[in-house]
Design a protein around this ligand. Structure first.
Ligand SMILES: [Zn+2]
Ligand SMILES: [Zn+2]
Length: 251
C-alpha cells in the first residue's frame, strides 16, 4: 500500500495544509487538504472519502471536491460518524453552496454513509474499520487493510483503544509540544509526552512498537515537537517521524 500525505498540519498557509491522506490513490481519509493537494485527474480517481469527525479542518474541502465532481458528472461515496452528515448538510444547504447531498436528484454528487464503531466495511477491496478515539466530538480513526494495514487515528487525546487494530504503521496526531500537555488533555489532542503513554500501552498489548508518523502538527511548534519526538524515539527505540505535505510512504 502507498500512503500519500496531502496535509500534515492543523493550520493552513502556503507551505502547510490541513489533515488528509490518500491510500493507493483511491481511498482518501479526511478532507483538510484534498482539493489543494490533488490534481483534478487524481480527484476523479478517488473511490471514497472517509471522514473522521465534523471539525472544519477535516471537512473543509468536501464542497470544493463536490463542485469538481459535479461539473464532470461524477459522484463519490463519503463515510463518517452521523454527526459529519449533519455538519455537511449545514454547509451544503442550497444557500451557502449547492446541496450536493441530494442534487442532481437522479444521482447526487455526494452519497453520505454513516458508519458505526467497530463495524468493518469493504470498500473497493479494502477492509475499513472505524475505531472510536478520544476527541472533543464523536471521532473515528480508521484502519485500512489490504494484506498490509495502516491505522490513522485522526484527532485524539490519550486513551486510544489499540485492541481493535493490527497495523504496524500508525499515523497519529501530535498537535502540541510537551509544555501544552494540559491544553492537549482538555481539548482531546496529544503531545510527545502523551504519545509516549499511548505507545507504551500499545507495546504492553501487542508486544512490539509500531512505526509512527505524526500529523496535525501545529506549525509554530513544529521544531519543538520534532525535538521531543526525536528524544522519544531514541528513548523507546522506536521509528517515529513527522509527516510533511507530499510525503509518500510504502507499507
Ligand atoms: Zn478535531
Ligand atoms: Zn483537527
Amino acid at each position: 500500500m502507498e500512503v500519500r500525505f496531502l496535509g500534515a498540519h492543523n493550520t493552513e498557509s502556503e507551505s502547510t495544509r490541513m489533515p488528509g491522506i490518500v491510500i493507493d490513490g483511491i481511498i482518501d481519509i479526511d478532507a483538510g487538504g484534498l482539493t489543494s493537494g490533488l490534481s483534478f485527474d487524481d480527484q476523479l480517481k478517488l473511490k471514497c472519502v472517509l471522514l473522521t469527525h465534523q471539525h472544519y479542518d477535516h471537512l473543509r474541502d468536501i464542497p470544493a471536491l463536490a463542485m469538481n465532481l459535479f461539473l464532470r458528472e461524477r459522484h463519490i461515496d463519503l463515510y463518517g460518524p452521523p454527526e459529519v452528515g449533519v455538519a455537511l448538510k449545514g454547509i451544503l444547504n442550497g444557500d451557502n453552496y449547492p446541496d450536493f447531498l441530494s442534487e442532481p436528484r437522479e444521482s447526487p454528487t455526494l452519497r453520505f454513509h454513516p458508519v458505526r464503531a467497530g463495524e468493518e466495511l469493504t470498500i473497493a477491496g479494502y477492509h475499513v474499520l472505524p475505531v472510536p478515539v478520544c476527541h472533543s466530538v464523536p471521532t473515528f480513526g480508521y484502519q485500512v487493510s489490504r494484506g498490509k494495514s495502516v491505522f490513522y487515528t485522526s484527532d485524539t487525546g490519550p486513551g486510544i483503544d489499540f485492541s481493535m487494530t493490527s497495523s504496524r504503521l500508525i499515523i497519529v496526531e501530535v498537535t502540541s509540544s510537551n509544555r501544552f500537555e494540559d491544553f492537549a488533555r482538555r481539548s482531546g489532542h496529544l503531545t510527545p509526552s502523551l504519545l509516549e503513554e499511548e505507545l507504551l500501552g500499545f507495546q504492553k498489548l501487542k508486544g512490539y512498537l509500531p512505526r509512527v508518523i505524526a500529523v496535525h502538527i501545529n506549525p509554530d511548534l513544529e521544531p519543538e515537537i520534532k525535538k521531543e519526538l526525536d528524544k522519544l524515539a531514541e528513548h523507546l527505540g522506536a521509528d517515529i517521524s513527522l509527516a510533511r505535505e507530499g510525503l509518500v510512504v510504502s507499507v
